[in-house]
Design a protein around this ligand. Sequence first.
Ligand SMILES: [Zn+2]
Length: 393
Amino acid sequence: MREDYEEFQRLPDDVISMDDAVPHVLENHWDEVLEAVGEFQGKEWLAESATSLGLLSTVSQRDRAHIRGAMKKWLRKKLADPEEPTEAQIFAIASDVSAYLEQLATEAPLSLADYEIGLEGYAALHKPSATKRLLLSARSCSLDGDLFWAEHLLRVTRAFRDVLSAVSDSDVQAPYLGWRLREPVQVLNSFVRETPPQLLIYWHAQDKKPAFGRSPDAKAPNLSSYIASWVCDYLANHYLNVGLGACAECGKFFVRERRDKSFCSKTCQNRVAYKRKKLLESDALARVDISPDNACDIDAGLWIYHPRYGIGLVESLSSASKPTGPLLPKSSEDAASLVLYRSVLSRKVILQVHFLHGVRMLGFPDLFEGQKREEQLPTFYSVKSEEILAELL
Ligand SMILES: [Zn+2]
């Protein structure tokens, strides 16, 4: 009995005392420590600055409604919307953003002292919250007069959505990824260049020592640049630890656990499934069967149903190396080598598809090998009734 007790009491050889635990972990598990700290900091940063993400979502959701409207119009009247957003669309975005900012201001009203922070660089009592800094940078946004600020916000929002969409497509190869990132990164940088330098501010921390931080300059508020800087901060410092995405259905930005998650909520996911069912039961579309070996024959103008992105229009077809026109002839004197060549080429196909949430590039694995990721495969359709399709989009 006593022997059992001693055996029970004897500690294993690799037990470390409490005092040695931290040095041991720092010495032997540094990478895991960095990862855990990064994850923690990312979550904290996101919680603190959630109002900036909320503002981006407000713009993105309204933009999504406009894109849907534009697709319906194209189907019904073959009228493409102009590239630039219309005045009415910009006004709709501006009023949504104004309502959002008003709501924030009732929850965290700016006081005279807050303006002084922005003017003098001194915060008397507390560190100004991220919401207050956002409100300070938005104080020149008004619904009267020029709404260029709303248009700028739209450009930042779209650029952010494009970056997130490019990095979430796991099968897109390097040259294409660069091609998709170039423009949104340029847009973001153009706003970052305009960002007025933030002022140095200080306040008394709990131990009475001064603490320092940065705050937007209340004399030169610029909301779109402030938001563009927030996006850059996310991409540069937290992107690896905090996964963000834009919902493929409603446009809202959301935190996603997995890179391939496309919807912000069960509601959006179910709405897409419901619409898909209605659409496939209707007479709007006729199924077009395309075998993997003939992927190079896919035509622009076909529609595709993707399990994660919903319905989209195939805009163009290109090969994996660079965008090209029609890929190759369908007949040749040497039939066997043509079949082989077409099959090889088909595996390099990349489709540019206009979904409701924007343009995506789909490669051969996305189109024909989804089962490896336990996904349903996308299906192709031609349109039988534009009117019904427009109705059900
Ligand atoms: Zn959603």
